[in-house]
Ligand binder design. Structure first.
Ligand code: LLP
Length: 441
């Protein structure tokens, strides 16, 4: 990436927010705010979210997909401020629980621009969706079709999409590959389940079949799997037209857009994806004799991931068994991703200059498991010591939204940084918070 003012970006800031700027004494500012100051003011561990980077990423999506609905996938990260930014930037929202949906609507998000997902929607999820007037509900299993129709009531109507498994294998890890049969999401294209579900929807006058949905996986860095999925989805739309005489107006291709966690890693080229999908959609629809449906996409990680930074304080440095362990005050309770998916991060020392030669060290957390590793075998200055600050970029997606209360440590706060100002969005979870839930007995 090239910055017009400063020339090529320093390579090791390549995965940082565009606003990341070196300060004297190895300091680093994000959103115009010194990370060391954030650590001082709000304590550690602390998550920092660059509002400008989130907004810029929303705009980049809108620019790339002006004709489509861009629905931010709330599961990556949600807070009231995030809801507002996404709304102001003109995106829709993808939610998968009453919790996400209620938060969004309470924070002022128009329900008509929200899509509700879920392979196992509870009665409360569905009741909330219908009460709040959610725009679309995505059907993920045959049993919910009659349930939703009954819950809509005699006077209402509900737009639904049918989630299809198009038989495309893609994604950064087995646990996030959802495009083939043999996993829990969606209805198979190959065994006819998807077509049968569409028929069942058509048999329910309270349900409006708005279109088809697929989400083939997450952390996908190539355009090609999306093209294959698109062609198969258009094929199914043509089949539905042939069998039922119904032309579905919408096609939602889900999210999964991959990002780089370390310098040099590949990321999905979003403008290229947009160009290719536009061309393929027009071409496949022309061949099938279908009108071009309205496209929707659901990026989560690529909107918010690169906008977040986690800042930890080093509590202990241990040389043992030939390895160096740098233990920090957070870990798998705020970032379970290395343990779950083997993801590698590129942490760096911030706020203190060091002339010591770099040394290979493993950054570990404070939790009671050997698998509580934040970054295995990374280069850090050889004199890293307790009290130092370690910052981990690309921490905005699936960190806080997946954080747990493991070991009763409490979840870190989230601080928004923008144009030189820092403000608290989520306060730290205190030990009192944790104790309050425990009502004794
Ligand atoms: N749409 C649907 C229906 C989804 O299930 C997901 C993610 C998305 C959109 C957004 O995908 P994204 O653009 O963020 O890749 N915890 C994992 C990722 C799980 C993704 C689950 N579904 C991780 O930390 O990598």
């Amino acid at each position: 990436m090239t910055d017009l003012m400063t020339g090529p970006r320093i390579d090791d800031l390549a995965v940082w927010p565009a606003s990341a700027a070196p300060l004297p004494h190895n300091g680093l500012a994000v959103g115009g705010v010194d990370l060391a100051e954030v650590a001082e003011r709000f304590g550690t561990p602390v998550y920092v979210l660059d509002e400008g980077e989130v907004r810029q990423r929303c705009r980049a999506y809108r620019d790339a997909f002006p004709e489509a609905d861009v629905l931010y996938a709330a599961k990556a990260f949600l807070s009231r401020a995030m809801v507002r930014w996404v709304r102001e930037e003109g995106l829709g929202l993808d939610v998968c629980s009453a919790g996400e949906l209620e938060l969004a609507v309470l924070a002022g998000f128009p329900p008509a621009r929200i899509v509700l997902h879920g392979n196992a929607k509870s009665p409360y999820d569905l009741g909330t969706a219908l009460r709040l007037g959610v725009g679309r509900i995505v059907i993920d299993s045959p049993s919910e079709i009659a349930r939703i129709a009954a819950a809509v009531g005699p006077d209402g109507q509900q737009k639904v999409l049918v989630r299809v498994v198009p038989g495309v294998a893609a994604g950064g890890h087995d646990k996030v590959r959802t495009g083939t049969d043999g996993q829990k999401f969606g209805l198979s294209l190959t065994d006819g389940s998807a077509l049968r579900a569409v028929a069942a929807v058509l048999g329910q006058p309270r349900l409006v079949p708005a279109g088809l949905h697929c989400h083939i996986g997450s952390q996908i860095t190539d355009v090609e799997p999306y093209v294959t999925a698109l062609r198969r989805m258009v094929g199914l739309m043509a089949r539905i037209r042939d069998v039922h005489g119904v032309v579905l107006p919408e096609l939602d291709l889900g999210g999964g857009h991959g990002i780089a966690y370390r310098p040099g890693e590949p990321a999905l080229d979003v403008p290229a994806l947009a160009r290719t999908l536009r061309g393929e959609l027009a071409a496949s629809c022309a061949v099938a004799g279908l009108p071009v449906p309205r496209l929707a996409i659901e990026p989560g990680r690529a909107v918010v991931g690169p906008a977040g930074v986690a800042v930890y304080r080093v509590l202990a440095v241990k040389h043992t068994g030939g390895a160096v362990f740098v233990a920090v005050d957070g870990g798998m309770s705020d970032n379970p991703r290395p343990a779950l998916y083997g993801v590698r991060y590129a942490p760096r020392l911030v706020g203190r200059s060091s002339t010591a030669a770099p040394r290979t060290a493993t950054v570990v957390g404070r939790h009671c498991e050997a698998g509580d590793v934040l970054a295995a075998e990374v280069e850090l200055p050889g004199d890293v010591r307790p009290g130092d600050l370690i910052a981990v970029p690309v921490a905005g997606a699936y960190h806080l939204s997946m954080a747990s209360a493991y070991n009763l440590v409490g979840r870190p706060p989230l601080v928004a940084v923008h144009e030189g100002a820092a403000r608290l969005l989520l306060r730290r979870e205190t030990l009192a918070d944790l104790r309050h839930r425990d009502i004794g007995g």
